[in-house]
Design a protein around this ligand. Structure first.
Ligand code: 2RA
Length: 335
């Protein structure tokens, strides 16, 4: 069976990746409807050997659509419910519905069965949460996680195409001795680190940090897991990196952790530090796996573990995870 698929936000960084992943994974697309803002309407999009014209996103555009993949941003708030009302199953990459109890929040390697409870909309978690819970899941199953302390090193791609271009521009301008004028970020991002992603909220945490706290509990179905996060923007193009410290109920050694991680779905363990083998954005971009390395016991507490988790933000962090959710909809026959 093939499906009528709409990609909302088709011309942005995540939208472009969604189209690429749909084609790469041979998703059963009967017809494709690339949607974007009026400004992008008319652009030609090659897909699966055909060319499609980008249309402006309107309510009527969702008539006859079976699956609507929303790349994120304001279109989700404006059209996701409308699309579902018109019969499409929505996979939404924005944060609009993630904490809605009626909306499953899904990482296929962690809680695939949750897609069965959808009522028209399924939410794709935040990119920094996705890669972390893929790595947490096998440890949680083996030793029950009590607490997570995570610091992130997030690529500029998380802030979209303009942000990717801004990094390139600033490096060039600085090389030419020019002054840089930050546009997407609050400060120059080239050769800098900015501890500020999204807006500041309760307890002076950013919304990005609260997303990691709250989404983790929902995806893992365990409110007892305590999470604290510091999220930082770094001058890297595509992959997010995370330093993850875990405290578990039961003792798990570094060797046991490496074993359970290596046999878990969606994970590649790259961990031979003496041979300089550890995950880095240099090698993880354009890949779908979550790479884990620097696995070692925490020297400061009884049942603690450190690990370094790196993954491509546009792929596993957004587009691949969304298409994998759409594949689950077909597998579980809940379209
Ligand atoms: C970021 N996680 O990295 C946020 C949204 N993609 O900017």
């Amino acid at each position: 069976k093939k499906f009528n698929v709409a990609v909302v936000g088709a011309t942005g960084a995540v939208g472009q990746e969604l189209l690429k992943i749909l084609a790469e994974r041979n998703f059963p697309v009967k017809s494709l409807k690339p949607l974007a803002t009026q400004r992008s309407a008319g652009k030609q999009i090659p897909f699966g050997g055909n060319t499609y014209t980008v249309e402006a996103t309107t309510a009527q555009a969702f008539d006859g659509v079976d699956i609507a993949l929303f790349a994120g941003g304001s279109a989700s708030k404006e059209f996701a419910i409308e699309a579902a009302t018109r019969g499409a199953v929505v996979v939404d990459n924005s944060s609009a519905f993630r904490m809605d109890p009626k909306v499953p929040l899904v990482v296929p390697e962690v809680n695939p069965e949750d897609v069965k409870n959808h009522q028209g909309i399924i939410a794709n978690p935040n990119c920094s949460t996705i890669q972390m819970v893929v790595a947490l899941k096998p440890i949680h199953d083996a030793a029950k996680i009590k607490r997570v302390v995570v610091s992130t090193y997030q690529a500029v791609s998380g802030a979209g195409k303009e942000a990717i271009d801004e990094l390139t521009e600033q490096v060039k301008e600085l090389a030419e001795g020019k002054e840089v004028v930050p546009k997407v970020f609050p400060y120059q991002i080239a050769f800098n680190l900015i501890p500020h992603i999204d807006v500041f909220a309760d307890m002076d945490y950013t919304k990005e940090e609260w997303k990691m706290v709250n989404e983790t509990k929902k995806i893992m179905h365990d409110d007892s897991i305590q999470v604290t996060a510091t999220t930082v923007r770094v001058p890297v193009y595509r992959s997010h990196s995370e330093s993850v410290n875990i405290e578990t109920e039961r003792k798990i050694t570094a060797e046991e952790a490496k074993k359970v991680l290596a046999s878990a779905p969606g994970i590649i363990v790259l961990d031979d530090p003496r041979e300089k083998k550890y995950p880095m954005p240099l090698f993880t971009s354009d890949r779908d796996e979550v790479f884990v390395g620097r696995i070692r016991e925490d020297n400061s507490i009884e049942n603690g573990l450190n690990m370094w988790v790196v993954a491509d933000q546009l792929r596993k962090g957004a587009a691949t995870n969304a298409v994998q959710i759409a594949e689950l909809l077909i597998k579980y026959n809940c379209l």
